[in-house]
Design a protein around this ligand. Sequence first.
Ligand SMILES: Cc1cc2nc3c(=O)[nH]c(=O)nc-3n(C[C@H](O)[C@H](O)[C@H](O)COP(=O)(O)OP(=O)(O)OC[C@H]3O[C@@H](n4cnc5c(N)ncnc54)[C@H](O)[C@@H]3O)c2cc1C
Length: 285
Amino acid sequence: MKLPLFDYAAPATLAEAIALLAASGGTAKALAGGQSLLPTMAFRLAMPTLLVDLRRLAGLDRITLGEDGVRLGAKVRWRDIEDDTRLRTAHPLLAAAITHVAHYQIRNRGTVGGNLAHADPAAEMPGVAVACDAELVLTGSKGTRVVRSADFFLGPLTTALADDELIVEVRLPAWPAARRWGFEEFAQRRGDFAVAGIAAFYDADARGVAGNTHIAVIGACHRPHRLAGAEAALNGHMVDEQVIVAAAKVAAAEVDPPADLHASAEYRRALVGTLLERALIRASR
Ligand SMILES: Cc1cc2nc3c(=O)[nH]c(=O)nc-3n(C[C@H](O)[C@H](O)[C@H](O)COP(=O)(O)OP(=O)(O)OC[C@H]3O[C@@H](n4cnc5c(N)ncnc54)[C@H](O)[C@@H]3O)c2cc1C
């Protein structure tokens, strides 16, 4: 399908990009990898009058590892994450989740910032961000603000971004080497969006008792969110088969999945339990 008509700009600085977005009064859109925006335009679900291409903006494509964790610039592509072998130990949950994103050609262009801004409830990165309490750094004409990922995703394709704001960075808190984790998803074909998915981790003490459990769901929800009941079912317990089965039951009961042409709500609910079981079995090994 052909795209609707639009104007195009490729500003050289972040300030120029923001000025263009602000001047449009909400009718302009940032263009990153184009992997979500262009299909959306082709289907006439979005008809921006101006595309503000971010490709010339410097400094947004860095992956930085520090004591405070991992920082991903908004223009970091899935492929950059895959290729950065440091992340396999610095953030194994992120590295594992990204292998489920789309296909190679899409991973070669799609960016972290574009993915978070698009806010598909079935996308992996928003689930990782919410599971890890990541912070998003947003810059707009009123300045820069830092937003918790739990407050960023408001609903399907809906975020806390203002019309003139850009995501510039995502900050994932430091990841202890001994942390137990699992990422599981079910998609109809490899590379498709998840019908449901689970990102989970906990820290075990010397006796193997779980604490600081974080579990986030994707796909079986209107926005990625943590499963407080399932987390509570793990905290303070040795993670054995009985505890895993109990936590999975709680997780299935606490989601409110949508039904669509890919799966019924009940199927997604059952999947959440199964995927959490699998993630926790992997984590507890
Ligand atoms: C066939 C197919 C399969 C896919 N499968 C998956 C999948 O399994 N899992 C998954 O997670 N994704 C999947 N995707 C989406 C893919 O990961 C996209 O790359 C991603 O969602 C958007 O990133 P992008 O850089 O292409 O953003 P774009 O398409 O350029 O932009 C998307 C939106 O984000 C906005 N935007 C872009 N950058 C910024 C920024 N820095 N600040 C603020 N707003 C910004 C744009 O204005 C637009 O509204 C798939 C895509 C396709 C085409």
